[in-house]
Design a protein around this ligand. Sequence first.
Ligand code: PMT
Length: 234
Amino acid sequence: ALPYDLAGVRVLISAGGTREPLDPVRYLGNHSSGKQGFALARAAAQRGASVTVVAGSTADPGDPAGVQIVRISTAQELSEEMTKRAADADVVIMAAAVADFRPIAVADAKIKKGDQGPAPIELTTNPDILRGLVDARDDGRIPSETVIVGFAAETGDETGGVLDHGRAKLARKGCDLLVVNAVGDGKAFGTEDNTGWLLSAKGDETALPFGSKTLMSSRILDEVRQLVPDGRGA
Ligand code: PMT
């Protein structure tokens, strides 16, 4: 039987990639398909959670059923939606691939080739949404018992420091759980399967076996469930 252990728990998930416009026809983006975020949404809904997904660009064949989906495009839009909705969530999971930078200026008209060759694109920093959510919890803008989960997309392998980068990122972001997955070389972005480690703020480190993004999601939600205070949900 399916565990119905998230009944009534409100779960807010970001999924997919952000797109930062350059002009009316071009953007800076990434290869996130939304499959990992949507798999989490489906798995949480199957366990009885009330799920909202804030989704950027996705290539998943179907929107998860029984889940509220809010569409956004840019990192700033994602930041607004997540910050607003986090106040009414018991669990917040940042599975979206967020652009750290955006072009300073968005041209009103399509940028022309011109005579001078390519012009440099000037960038400015986007808000760190995950860090912002942790700060909001620290200063009481969202409830202190809200569980906050981040992802870390790192290139390389275990010996190449993926896990070390993940540990440093957990400390920097201050979230309760961090899912570290290796990316690049055809890994994680756009794939059906995933693997990695689950790091907790308490110092626990669990290897997540290679398998479907659905399986990975169940493992993540098992850990999340432990952190949701008793009395939340059913
Ligand atoms: O969508 P799929 O094709 O299924 O691929 C899944 C995935 C590889 C995109 C997913 O598993 C994943 O790793 N998502 C996080 C990607 C990412 O942006 O990682 P990061 O290491 O750059 O960021 C760390 C964390 O901070 C993430 O939780 C991210 O959502 C968040 N972040 C990053 C930048 C930013 N400006 N604000 C943020 O909140």
